[in-house]
Design a protein around this ligand. Structure first.
Ligand SMILES: Cc1ncc(C[n+]2csc(CCOP(=O)(O)OP(=O)(O)O)c2C)c(N)n1
Ligand code: SF4
Length: 278
């Protein structure tokens, strides 16, 4: 009898690493880990073809917990590292993850230009409206009247960063919002974000149990988008303006040219050096 040669299908558990998460019990980031593993299994991504890239923060620990290649980078620089990797290895599926502090504060400049370049990256931002890892300072998405930080005892008094609106204005071609309390829908959104050719921005509401315990209420506040996904930026802008920030689903998806530098991976060192000679 002929031996079976087909490789068994990968399951979600095959994408979990043997490192145990050190997130606080109930942290929303567990939902992203589960959804990411399920999405990778749904797409049957070969583990050696998947690269998870992050910056620094509780949420940026995600690559350690996924059984794939990855890079736990430096604060706010995940997108720059991911862009370099994608430029060198366009064949890889590159998924970038991190928090609102990492991505919208110190990484804000990189966020704008990643949207504009539209490289084929998937960027998952776990937004808990706080710097969790550094014990609860205000972040760019913190409510202006949030008084629970010793650093801002009277609140920040500053208007919040608007992730979806800024991504749209900067040229992102896929913008969606998910919630870690709805892992099935989140899996679906991650699958579609990875399948989208171009820069996919997935804004994930991910409660911080420790520094923003009131976010437990998010499960009663989230709701589906009222309207079907649009490919019209003006219409997307209108909807984002009217949005309460708690609507879930794909807001905008458009096929736009994706940028990639000339591919040099087969070049020899002298050839690369010659490129840089004046
Ligand atoms: C250059 C630099 N500045 C500051 C820090 C300290 N730091 C570590 S994580 C972090 C913020 C993390 O917040 P966020 O991205 O919202 O992630 P969370 O921990 O909430 O998931 C900061 C400021 C650092 N590691 N490097
Ligand atoms: S501090 Fe907040 S974000 Fe960090 S692991 Fe704990 S619950 Fe999660």
């Amino acid at each position: 009898m002929e031996a079976a040669t087909s490789t068994p299908a990968l399951k979600a558990k095959d994408y979990k690493s043997d490192i145990n998460p050190i997130w606080c019990p109930g942290c929303g980031d567990f939902g992203v880990l589960a959804a990411m593993s399920k999405a990778a299994a749904f797409l049957q991504l070969p583990k050696e073809q998947l690269a998870m890239i992050s910056g620094i923060g509780c949420s940026s620990r995600l690559p350690a917990y996924i059984n794939s290649y990855g890079f736990h980078g430096i604060h706010g620089r995940s997108l720059a590292i991911a862009a370099g990797l994608k430029a060198a290895r366009p064949d890889l599926t590159v998924v970038v993850s991190g928090g609102d502090g990492d991505g919208f504060s110190i990484g804000g400049n990189h966020f704008l230009h990643a949207c504009r370049r539209n490289m084929d990256l998937t960027y998952i931002v776990m937004d808990n409206e706080v710097y969790g890892m550094t014990k609860g300072q205000a972040s760019p998405t913190t409510q202006p009247d949030w008084r629970n930080s010793k650093l801002t005892p009277r609140g920040t008094g500053v208007r919040r960063f608007q992730p979806a609106a800024i991504a749209l204005a900067a040229g992102a071609s896929f913008i969606a919002r998910g919630f870690t309390g709805d892992p099935s829908e989140l899996t679906h959104l991650i699958v579609q974000a990875i399948q989208h050719p171009g820069f996919s921005f997935l804004h994930v509401l991910s409660p911080c149990q420790t520094y923003q315990p009131e976010q437990k209420e998010w499960k009663h506040m989230v709701h589906p988008q009222d309207e079907a996904v649009t490919d019209d930026p003006a219409e997307a802008a209108r909807r984002i303006q009217l949005d309460d920030g708690m609507s879930l689903g794909i807001i905008y998806a458009q096929q736009l040219p994706s940028w990639l530098p000339p591919h040099l991976s087969n070049a020899t060192l002298p050839q690369i050096e010659a490129e840089f000679q004046l």
